[in-house]
Design a binder for this molecule. Structure first.
Ligand code: ADP
Ligand code: MG
Length: 345
């Protein structure tokens, strides 16, 4: 796989007041699975399309193994692309669809037959080679699109919400397929999604997009455990957020003081729900708040316990179920180790 380095990449659409992508820097290592994650309209597709060559750059550089490709036509970049909409040719069979990029590249007949068979095998569609897209399910069509995108041994594979059109169960099985494809091919993947669970499940690293810029880049656990901002904390997974002012290791929320570890000044304390427990803390390294249980949701392996703290703010406890049962309306204490919280701006 190739390395992809994006430097100060910017796109301003004609007539737009602000850039859709604003001086974005991103380094993707060779063979890495990098995900661009963010809400709708945050600039993920525009960034991917500039890398692919479907969208002109306003300014900035795109280096593929140290060569600036930002002004090369798409077909000369040698990148595979998969879209949410499959974009298969409806009048061509699965095999003909997969053969298409090889035909364009003037590959010989025998070589085409061999590589098409191989690519269809790779996505477990060998026996469906002669079917038309209309004779295949949505998941199978997307697997044809995957085979077509990798059949010419691209230097990287770019995927824009490839599972967005599929229902949950199918999406999960195709996630596994894409993960397997990534490790079998060993090429660089840049994957776009707005689904944080999908991003956490698949990626080596995730770049979190917000309003055309990258808020944070990190491994799934880095983003989850040490979010750089309130936006990242709340976009990835559930969190309890207490806002106030930090002074000398205490966050003053206006109604209580919470132990935390962060610089003095305005800040938010983020605590993940599985770090909270029902019951008072027993040493001075913990925080304890009184609350009323507002809802208990049984989820099999754990429970989600919604509470209202006495200052009226809400909280979420994820409880493995071994603590004393909490019922709606019950008065409880909620505690957590101060070291389990992260202070963000
Ligand atoms: P995402 O993929 O994260 O949902 P996009 O990259 O599609 O976001 O869009 C980023 C911003 O650029 C949005 O505000 C969108 O409206 C705008 N935009 C995208 N494509 C165009 C276009 N062809 N012309 C004008 N504005 C566009
Ligand atoms: Mg998009």
């Amino acid at each position: 796989g190739a390395t992809i380095r994006v430097e100060a990449l910017t796109k301003t659409f004609p007539g737009a007041r602000s850039p859709a992508v604003d001086t974005v820097d991103l380094d993707v290592a060779a063979g890495e699975f990098m995900t661009l994650l963010g809400p709708s309209g945050s600039g993920k597709t525009t960034t991917l399309n500039m890398i692919a060559g479907f969208e002109d750059v306003t300014s900035g550089r795109i280096l593929l193994d140290d060569t600036d490709i930002a002004r090369l036509p798409a077909h000369r970049r040698n990148l595979g692309m998969v879209f949410q909409s499959y974009a298969l040719f409806p009048h061509m069979t699965a095999a003909q669809n997969v053969a298409f990029p090889l035909r364009q590249r003037k590959v010989g007949r025998a070589e085409i037959a061999r590589r098409v068979a191989e690519a269809l095998e790779l996505v477990h569609l060998g026996e469906h080679a002669d079917r038309l897209p209309s004779q295949l399910s949505g998941g199978q069509q997307q697997r044809v699109a995957l085979a077509r995108a990798v059949v010419f041994s691209p230097r990287a594979l770019l995927l824009d919400e490839p599972l967005g059109a599929l229902d949950k169960k199918l999406r999960e099985s195709l996630q596994l397929e894409i993960s397997r494809l990534h490790s079998e091919l060993g090429i660089t993947f840049v994957f776009v999604t707005h689904d944080q669970e999908e991003a956490l499940a698949l990626s080596d690293r995730v770049a979190v997009f917000r309003d055309g810029h990258i808020e944070q880049v990190g491994t799934p656990s880095e983003l989850y455990e040490t979010p750089a901002s309130r936006f990242v904390a709340t976009f990835l997974g559930d969190s309890n957020v207490f806002s106030g002012t930090v002074r000398g290791g205490l966050l003053d929320t206006g109604s209580t003081l919470l132990r935390c570890d962060g610089p003095d000044g305005p800040g938010c304390l983020v605590v993940r729900p599985e770090r909270l427990r029902i019951g008072a803390g027993h040493d001075d390294g913990t925080n304890t708040l009184s609350a009323t249980v507002t809802d208990v949701v049984y989820q099999g392996a754990f429970r989600r316990i919604l509470v209202r703290f006495d200052d009226g703010t809400t909280g979420l406890v994820r409880d493995a179920g071994d603590a004393a049962p909490a019922a709606t309306g019950e008065r409880v204490e909620v505690s957590w180790k101060a070291s389990a919280g992260v202070v963000v701006s």
